[in-house]
Write a protein that binds this ligand. Structure first.
Ligand SMILES: C[S@@+](CC[C@H](N)C(=O)[O-])C[C@H]1O[C@@H](n2cnc3c(N)ncnc32)[C@H](O)[C@@H]1O
Length: 416
């Protein structure tokens, strides 16, 4: 370990400051472009010791857990609270532009749809029982240490105001000192708490049920996808369609980002009569599109697909919705199968939809809406489509994970 004084030239893809040194790039979390900083250096990683010259873009962090000295974050949940809105928004916008450029794509990229504090309806906590009581919060960056949180400006008030109740339920569930995860989803009917990584004895099951029944605002508690107690069915509203998600189901993390993505998708598929929604989850897009077109929803998770199907069959005024369980990595929808659709929506996990895009490329489907949480795999997938004659008609970056280095994108394409 040595101490070095360096000047930060840019932000890297993870939001770290990067200094160009004789031995290559040096990564310094919590340092901003233009700053001169003293770093404790270990290989190519620098821990901020002090600011010699601060950037005008440096601002006070919004949360006490971001870092006691405002320099080095303690809570690993956020990485960019110390950057001004202008710098932070430009960073996210550029993540998309740069990823596309690296694949030779230079479409116009719309301004970032910005995120606000208090919007996150889905958060994942880590917890652990210790001799001094229960720790519940987020992991410190690159560490197993849990930072117990008292506030969380990104999370919705409905979650933050129930932190004490969540702790009480987690304490009732835990019996060993092993760490476990709790995915908290705020639904229309209350919080849905999905625990993973615990074993539950009969005694703990009883005390969990007692803890939940003594409180208001908890819709369901599950462990490893099995329901422990469900005082009321959790319900999520997708543009007027009520869906009951299975425990721990994928859900867009904020409602405003989801609505922005859905609007871009719907505006693009427009007058299509038959639409395929690939990687459909519990129907975020499929159930909204079903107001205007027949939809074929394809998804790998059986429980998600059943929730989508149940919602479609129990909602009036929708066009017909069919569902198909399918592994789209190993068995993508083939070009021949895709020919019956006027439009395709796809929203894969971070790995992207490479195999599916090779089939789409040969399909001749007129309109495609690509939704992605990873600009790198999105750029690869779009380049496959562009090489086969698709035109990119819009690219919109959407912030859903405030003060992180993640960005969502909706890209629309046309052929013919
Ligand atoms: C980013 S989520 C999007 C879900 C949905 N479109 C939404 O907005 O809520 C990706 C979805 O792809 C599904 N998935 C992951 N791998 C898959 C695969 N190999 N084949 C089919 N679906 C897969 C996941 O279960 C998840 O529902």
């Amino acid at each position: 370990m040595s101490t070095e004084i360096v000047r930060i030239s840019r932000l890297g893809a993870q939001g770290d400051g990067i200094a160009q040194t004789d031995t290559g790039p040096l990564y310094a979390p919590f340092a901003l472009p233009g700053e001169t900083v003293a770093l404790a250096v270990n290989k190519n990683h620098g821990t901020l010791i002090s600011l010699r010259e601060a950037s005008l873009e440096r601002v006070e962090p919004k949360c006490r857990h971001f870092g006691p000295d405002g320099l080095n974050g303690t809570c690993g949940g956020c990485s960019l609270q110390h950057a001004s809105d202008a710098l932070y928004h430009a960073f996210k916008h550029n993540l998309v532009i740069d990823a596309l450029k690296s694949k030779g794509l230079t479409p116009e990229v719309a301004p970032l749809v910005i995120a606000h504090p208090g919007e996150r309806r889905r958060v994942v906590f880590t917890a652990r029982l210790t001799e001094k009581g229960l720790l519940l919060g987020y992991n410190q960056a690159a560490s197993h240490h849990i930072v117990t949180i008292e506030e969380c400006p990104i999370a919705s008030p409905g979650i933050v105001s129930r932190l004490a109740i969540i702790r009480k339920i987690a304490a009732a569930m835990a019996s060993t000192s092993d760490p476990f995860r709790i995915t908290v989803l705020e639904t229309e009917t209350g919080l849905d708490l999905a625990f993973e990584g615990l074993k539950l004895s009969d005694r703990q099951r009883r005390s969990t049920v007692e803890a939940v029944l003594g409180e208001r605002g908890i819709a369901r508690v599950s462990l490893n996808s099995e329901i422990v107690i469900e005082p009321v069915k959790p319900v999520i509203d997708f543009g007027g369609v009520a869906v009951s998600p299975p425990p721990g189901a994928f859900m867009q993390a904020t409602r405003p980002a989801e609505e922005a993505m859905a609007k871009l998708v719907i505006d693009h598929v427009g007058k299509a009569k038959r639409v395929a929604d690939l990687f459909a989850g519990i129907g975020t897009f499929a159930l909204r599109v079903a107001r205007i077109a027949r939809v074929h929803a394809v998804e790998g998770e059986d429980k998600a697909l059943k929730a989508l199907d149940f919602a479609a069959r129990n909602t009036q005024g929708l066009k017909p919705v069919t569902v198909e369980k399918r592994d789209l990595f190993r068995r993508p929808m083939m070009a021949q199968e895709l020919k019956v659709f006027d439009a395709v929506v796809f929203d894969p996990p971070r790995a992207g939809a490479e195999a599916q895009c090779h089939e789409l490329a040969r399909s001749g489907v007129k309109k495609i809406a690509a939704v992605s949480c990873n600009p790198t795999t999105l750029a690869r997938d779009l380049s496959i489509l562009v090489a086969s004659g698709y035109r990119i008609t819009s690219v919109t970056p959407i912030d859903q994970f405030l003060w992180s280095a993640h960005v969502e994108t909706v890209a629309t394409l046309e052929k013919g």
